[in-house]
Write a protein that binds this ligand. Structure first.
Ligand code: ZN
Length: 117
């Protein structure tokens, strides 16, 4: 479970893009190239992929569009250290002061926001 998900762009938002606008596309299945997603250009709901395939966003099954790549931190891989206890001795401002790991959902969200900028 990833607690913090970036909000995908809605079809209305995509249609509202008057000028060609870069959007990050992710698909349910991996792309042909095996990538998790890539930048496309969107104009008025019309998507142009890097492979120069163009189609309407609402006709693309399983595709999700974002204004930026969603930050995905693999929380499973960031293991708790021995001091990682929320409100514990080493927990400062919801981060572990020993290893820096966020200790609460709010801290994870804050960290993921920082990674996007
Ligand atoms: Zn820690």
């Amino acid at each position: 479970m990833s607690g913090v998900e970036r909000k995908p762009l809605t079809v209305e938002q995509l249609r509202g893009m008057d000028k060609p606008t870069p959007v990050w596309m992710e698909t349910d299945k991996k792309t042909i190239e095996g990538w998790g997603g890539y930048w496309c250009l969107c104009q008025r709901g019309h998507i142009l992929t890097p492979g120069m395939v163009s189609m309407y966003a609402d006709k693309m099954d399983g595709a999700t569009f974002y204004a930026y790549p969603p930050a995905r931190i693999d929380r499973e891989k960031w293991e708790l250290c021995m001091w990682c206890v929320p409100n514990g001795q080493f927990g400062v401002n919801n981060y572990c002061s020993a290893c820096g790991r966020p200790l609460t959902e709010e801290a994870w969200a804050e960290l993921e926001r920082k990674l996007i900028v």
